[in-house]
Design a protein. Structure first.
Length: 621
């Protein structure tokens, strides 16, 4: 029995007995676990009564819980869907989840357009397009599109297609576009080609080849030999790709085969995509938060998260073992497939079981290769940190490195950037930007001094807040860096040293300046600069950190300058104040749109009369 504070006990006492989802939070208010239950009261209370029967991960979770929110829903299926959405939104550290900071890429066919294009996207929207994926690699997507474009030469330009252009682009000449812009292909034929492309991606190639062969024979009979030759080449290209697709069985059933490999807490899931009896592709996915969880729970969570993002659902999903929520998951997949039946099957023998074994072997090999790559990367990072430790005479490798840069244009819209690397890896959640407030004109030295002063003032505040109960600390400022890098030479370094001394931190933080030209490292109190070996891992790491700080500063500066420029141009117009400026931007969205608007459109904005509208047209042109 876990000892509870009054707040948590009150939450447990008032839990409903209905189905729903629960969100467990830590002392900082972060969602650390999302779960669902048919009976919220029984499920949530069980966490605090199981004691030693719980695994280590669950015991650690329970020890960190400081608050619980719950949401009641109407059914178990609604709870399943809500749970998936909440996990996707919060990515709680104690849930099993797909390892990816961004959305997976898809192939998007813009079917709603008169002449559909084919692009890569990371988000599916209901705009009439057709989607294929997800894929785990943008590189793999573009490789697929390279093949597709040679077979189905779809257009990629932004021309308005009328069929009456005088000349096509280069892609038509090298047979990577079918030339709808010059009328070389009709809209009907072009859309048929894109439809074939979609069928091809779904593994349904036989009907395409059969129709193309019929068209080729007809073209030959009509003595359209050039057209017949083009169709022949297209058929050959399709057949070359199809030859590489392994025939699994003669059943015309679409299946996904899911297998899992585990190693020291890592979990790799391999998916084979079987369409019309052929293996048309495979992808692997890494899951986080799987340590200590049984295979069936990892597989179950993967199914829910993968098929919530998948562009299509097959008739069958072959699994290595039974999952507890098979019935409710099948119901959910049935709905996602438009009311068509979806079976979750655990094959025991025959070709399906052999296919599952092959997928498992692939998962094992994939995980082994990934772990070798991760270890190589870790070794490089460890080597870089060890080299830095030796070069700078540090007592131990610098675990946390912070780098600062200043970006401005003639002293306007100045911004300072702070980037953080931990264990040699960027921690983007800890990056921060500073809008320079106290410096006039292009004074990078004073700007750096302001940024560092604000950073370490936040550190001192965080130390005081640690003592306050329930306080939420910003992890970007709550800890000191082992190594502080300022982008610049001796001048910037001297300002950084002065700031550290003012906070009495000069003995706790090692600081260096990095000059751009020769990658020289300047250290306090030493006249000679330090040059790291040209091909050392330490230099590569320092350069990467500096470049990241520079990139982050420039991005922040451009954003601030853009906003300032937008505001100043409108503010210069007589009769335009903050309220009218806001109203104009809400209606038109940009300076360009305001420039293109008619007088009547401008006067439709509240507060804009004819005189002000004329002033806008005159001063913005």
């Amino acid at each position: 029995m876990v000892e509870l504070n009054a707040h948590l006990q009150g939450v447990l006492d008032t839990l409903p007995t209905k189905p729903g989802c629960y969100l467990m939070k830590d002392a900082e208010g972060q969602v650390i676990y999302v779960g669902k239950a048919i009976n919220l009261r029984n499920r949530v209370r069980s966490y605090f009564h199981s004691g030693q029967d719980q695994d280590l991960k669950t015991r650690q979770l329970v020890q960190r819980i400081r608050d619980i929110e719950w949401i009641v829903v109407g059914s178990e299926l609604e709870a399943l869907i809500l749970e998936m959405n909440l996990i996707k939104k919060y990515r709680p550290r104690y849930n099993i989840r797909l390892k990816d900071d961004k959305r997976y890429p898809y192939i998007k066919v813009h079917w709603a357009d008169p002449f559909p294009k084919v692009t890569v996207t990371r988000q599916m929207v209901r705009d009439g397009s057709r989607y294929f994926g997800p894929y785990t690699s943008v590189w793999a997507v573009h490789q697929t599109l390279d093949v597709l474009r040679r077979i189905f030469p779809y257009l990629t330009c932004d021309r308005v297609i009328t069929g009456k252009d005088e000349r096509p682009c280069l892609y038509y000449d090298i047979k990577l576009c079918s030339g709808p812009c010059i009328g070389a292909i009709s809209q009907t034929s072009y859309r048929q080609m894109i439809s074939d492309l979609c069928e091809f991606l779904e593994g349904r190639t036989a009907p395409i080849v059969e129709r193309l062969r019929s068209e080729m024979e007809q073209a030959a009979e009509e003595l359209h030999f050039e057209r017949a030759a083009a169709l022949r080449d297209q058929i050959f290209a399709i057949e070359r790709v199809v030859e590489k697709q392994k025939v699994i069985n003669n059943e015309q059933i679409d299946s996904d085969v899911i297998a899992i490999a585990r190693d020291n807490g890592e979990a790799c899931v391999q998916v084979f995509f079987i369409r019309q009896g052929k293996l048309i592709g495979r992808e692997y996915f890494i899951l986080e938060g799987a340590m200590g969880e049984p295979d069936k729970e990892v597989i179950e969570e993967f199914i829910k998260q993968f098929y919530s993002e998948a562009a299509s659902i097959p008739q069958q999903v072959l699994l290595p073992q039974e999952v507890e929520e098979a019935q409710i998951i099948s119901q959910w997949l049935h709905n996602r497939r438009g009311g068509e039946k979806v079976e979750l099957i655990v094959p025991r023998n025959g070709p399906p079981q052999e296919l599952l074994q092959m997928a498992t072997e692939n998962a094992v090999e994939t995980l082994r290769a990934l772990k070798a790559q991760w270890e190589a990367d870790t070794n490089r990072q460890s080597q870089a940190l060890a080299e830095l430790q030796e070069a700078l005479g540090l007592p131990e490798p610098p675990n946390r490195i912070e780098c600062y840069d200043i970006s401005n244009t003639q002293g306007t819209a100045a911004v300072g950037s702070m980037v953080v690397f931990e264990q040699g890896i960027p921690r983007k959640s800890l990056y921060r930007r500073f809008n320079i407030q106290t410096v006039s004109g292009p004074d990078d030295f004073a700007s750096m001094e302001e940024v560092l002063t604000r950073r370490f003032r936040r550190y001192l505040s965080a130390q005081q807040e640690r003592e306050a109960p329930g306080s939420k600390l910003d992890p970007a400022f709550a800890f000191l860096p082992d190594l502080l890098i300022v982008d610049g030479g001796k001048g910037q370094l001297s300002r950084a040293v002065a700031v550290l001394q003012s906070f009495e931190l000069e003995d706790r933080v090692t600081v260096v300046g990095l000059a751009k030209q020769q990658e020289e490292i300047f250290r306090p109190g030493q006249k000679e600069s330090l040059l790291l070996p040209r091909h050392s891992q330490a230099l590569f790491l320092i350069q990467r950190i500096r470049d990241e700080a520079h990139r982050f500063a420039i991005t922040a500066h451009r954003n601030r300058r853009g906003k300032a420029g937008l505001a100043s141009r409108l503010d210069a117009v007589p009769g335009i104040g903050p309220a009218r400026r806001k109203a104009l931007l809400q209606k038109f969205g940009s300076i360009e749109a305001i420039q293109q608007a008619s007088l009547e459109e401008l006067m439709s904005v509240k507060g804009i009369n004819e005189e002000t509208a004329l002033a806008l047209k005159t001063m913005l042109d």
